[in-house]
Design a protein around this ligand. Structure first.
Ligand SMILES: [Ca+2]
Length: 124
């Protein structure tokens, strides 16, 4: 990446010898080259080392769709709990932890509610 930036600086200095439209074309070329460099240097995520998460002795199954997990101390008892937003249903599942942060024991506690009503947003 540093070599790219140094070479970009050299091209800019060199481009002062050219006319305005030629410099503009060089700038566009540099931007495109920079975008290509960023794209090629991005690494694909590695999902080969995954693990299932269990609650109540069973693997957590979202039934359908994408998930948005959040690990936080939801019940303010000092250990981390798990909340999972479900895109397909537009709601949030709560799993409280009765273990420790290093060895969590999760239990399903229901869907996020307010005033006795399950919170949901349009989904799908
Ligand atoms: Ca907690």
């Amino acid at each position: 990446m540093w070599s790219f930036l140094l070479s970009t600086k050299a091209v800019i200095i060199f481009s002062k010898r050219f006319k305005n439209h030629e410099r503009n074309m060089m700038k566009i070329g540099i931007i495109l080259l920079f975008a290509i460099t960023l794209t090629l240097s991005a690494q694909a995520p590695d999902y080969s080392n995954f693990m299932y998460v269990y609650a109540d002795g069973n693997r957590i199954d979202l039934l359908n769709g994408y998930a948005s997990p959040l690990v936080t101390d939801w019940d303010s008892d000092g250990d981390k709990d798990l909340l999972i937003g479900r895109f397909a249903y537009g709601n949030i599942m709560i799993f409280t932890n009765s273990g420790t942060n290093d060895s969590p024991i999760l239990s399903y506690s229901g869907l996020l509610q307010a005033g006795g009503v399950t919170l949901s947003v349009p989904s799908g």
